[in-house]
Structure formats: structure tokens, C-alpha cells
Write a protein that binds this ligand. Structure first.
Ligand SMILES: [Zn+2]
Length: 316
């Protein structure tokens, strides 16, 4: 393959002395496999399997493609630790570990604000468009374009935030010697606003798919766990009180009176559901997603965004 730029290039078929122009993005960098060209639905498609992370053979130095994910890091898990993740709106990711009393919270407040900002923009343009259209004004088309643009922007912005958070989380988990991740699959009780519900479910599926892809680069396995009941259940005393209260993001155990972040409580219950006991979090590392990356909310000495100060091998 001879890429000209990010979106086009030539397929070089030496044996046939052919150079065929292609359009499309090459995603992965690595050693090229056997090219397959197929005719589907009236169009030609070329498939090139890529052994990601593999260097080209000396005998064939050109048998290597550079993709848009050039910096792809194919790693192997450093250890066999497990992470348990609750995905939500207030905390995008609430993470507990089987081997550590450190927990991670990646706050979703910026994403939520962004979502509601664009929701209002979309709603406003939609309302103006409909008003004009219903009264026969031709200018409605202009507002329809604004409306479509706002929807597009909303999607792009959220996507960027989510992908930033996912990249950060995957790398952090790898640094903490995780080889397996358990994510709670949400069972949303409140379906009164079905539109919002569908939007959230749609993003949840996207987020989990993206997370699975990025974790794969680190050799980390992702499992889904049915989350039903994990938010109300108490992870402290292992009892199932129906009267467990959640106040301002804290779950309060009515028996012991111990308070725990409600999303970390849910994450601990996800762990229990798959048979893991996890220590009660003593140290919580909070982060916020910004357009410039994930930033620590509780800066501590020696803690940077790249390398959270977590020592997975320390005894307790
Ligand atoms: Zn309890």
C-alpha cells in the first residue's frame, strides 16, 4: 500500500504490475497480510489484515503500513488484578480493585454540562424551524441547517470527551496491572423520559464498545455484569437492606452507618456479583474530563495525569 494522504493512496500489485487507487482511511499500523479485493453491492472493497505492532520482515521492508493509530501501543497485562467499573452520568467511571483500597472516580460533570448545552441549542433551532415552517416561511431551511449542525456538534463533543476518558482509564488500568475488567450493565428503572433514556443507553453501548477496543490494545479482557440491584444493595455489611439511602452521592448503610460513594458502592457490588471481595476504598483519586485531557481533581504529591501514584504490589 502506498498512502498519499490520510484518505487515499494506491494499492500496488507487483505481480500484475498494477497500481490501483483507493479511498479510505488506514486505521492500524503494522505488518501487512494478504490483500483481498471483493466486489460487494456494486462497489469494490479492499481488505488488508494488519498484524498490529509487528515490525516488517527484513526481506520485505515495504510490507508495513502506517495507520491513523500510529502510536498504538500493544501491551501485555503487567499482572492479574481485576477492576470493577460502574458507568454513570455523575461519575462516568467509578472503579474499584480487588488488590487495592484505592478507587478511581472519573467525573462526568463536564460531559453532562456539554450534553445539556447542546440539547438546548438543538431544541431552540428545532422550535424556530418548526415555527417558521408551519407558517410557510421559506427561511425554515436555514434553521434546519443550524439544527443539524448543533446535533452534529453535540455528538462530536461528547464523543471527544468520552474517548479522552476511555483512553485515560485504559492506560491507568494497564499501569495498575489489571488483566480483566468487569463493567456493570445498567438496568435503568426510571424510563419516564424515554428519549433521554434511549440517548443514555445508546451512549452507554458506544462507551463500552470503545472501552473494549482500547482495553484490547493493552491485552485487558472486558466482561459485562448485570447491574440490577447493585445501586441499592449495601457493599459494606453484605446485607440487602431495602432502606439503604443515597444522599448527595453517598450510600449510607443503615446498620453500620458507614457512608460510601454511591457509585463506588455499586462498583463493589458488581465485584461481589462475580465473586470478588474488594477492600473498602480508603483513597479515592478523582478526575475530571476536559477538552484537553483528563485532569486530577484531588492533586496529590507525585500524582500526575500520566502516572497516578498507585503501587499495585504494595502489601497491606
Ligand atoms: Zn449495610
Amino acid at each position: 500500500m502506498e498512502p498519499i494522504n490520510g484518505g487515499e493512496g494506491y494499492l500496488v500489485l507487483k505481480d500484475w504490475n498494477l497500481r490501483i487507487k483507493y479511498a479510505g482511511r488506514i486505521k492500524w499500523a503494522g505488518k501487512q497480510g494478504t490483500l483481498v479485493i471483493r466486489f460487494e453491492d456494486g462497489r469494490w472493497f479492499a481488505y488488508v489484515p494488519v498484524s498490529v505492532g509487528e515490525k516488517p520482515a527484513r526481506s520485505n521492508p515495504r510490507g508495513y503500513v502506517k495507520g491513523i493509530y500510529e502510536k498504538i501501543q500493544i501491551e501485555k497485562p503487567k499482572g492479574g488484578n481485576k477492576a470493577f467499573i460502574d458507568v454513570g452520568l455523575n461519575n462516568l467511571f467509578a472503579v474499584v480493585f480487588n488488590h487495592s483500597d484505592t478507587a478511581i472516580l472519573i467525573k462526568g460533570s463536564t460531559i453532562k454540562a456539554e450534553y445539556y448545552y447542546w440539547k438546548r441549542e438543538v431544541g431552540t433551532y428545532q422550535a424556530i424551524r418548526d415555527w417558521l415552517r408551519n407558517r410557510g416561511f421559506k427561511t425554515w431551511r436555514k434553521y434546519h441547517a443550524y439544527y443539524l449542525h448543533a446535533e452534529y456538534k453535540q455528538h462530536e463533543r461528547l464523543r471527544h470527551y468520552y474517548r479522552t476518558a476511555i483512553r485515560f482509564l485504559a492506560k491507568t488500568l494497564w499501569q495498575m496491572s489489571i488483566d480483566e475488567v468487569f463493567v456493570g450493565y445498567p438496568y435503568m428503572v426510571n424510563k419516564s423520559n424515554s428519549n433521554e433514556y434511549n440517548v443514555n443507553i445508546w451512549w452507554f453501548n458506544k462507551i463500552v464498545n470503545w472501552l473494549g477496543d482500547v482495553l484490547e490494545e493493552y491485552g485487558i479482557r472486558l466482561n459485562m455484569v448485570n447491574e440490577y440491584g447493585t445501586s441499592r444493595q449495601c457493599s459494606i455489611c453484605s446485607m440487602k437492606h431495602e432502606n439503604g439511602r443515597v444522599m448527595r452521592g453517598l450510600y449510607i448503610c443503615p446498620v453500620t452507618g458507614i457512608k460510601i460513594n454511591a457509585d463506588l458502592n455499586a462498583a463493589r457490588n458488581i465485584a461481589k456479583r462475580v465473586g470478588y471481595e474488594v477492600p473498602i476504598p480508603k483513597k479515592i483519586l478523582s478526575y475530571i474530563v476536559t477538552t484537553n485531557g483528563v485532569k486530577p481533581l484531588t492533586p496529590m504529591e507525585g500524582v500526575t495525569i500520566e502516572t497516578p501514584k498507585i503501587n499495585p504490589t504494595s502489601p497491606r
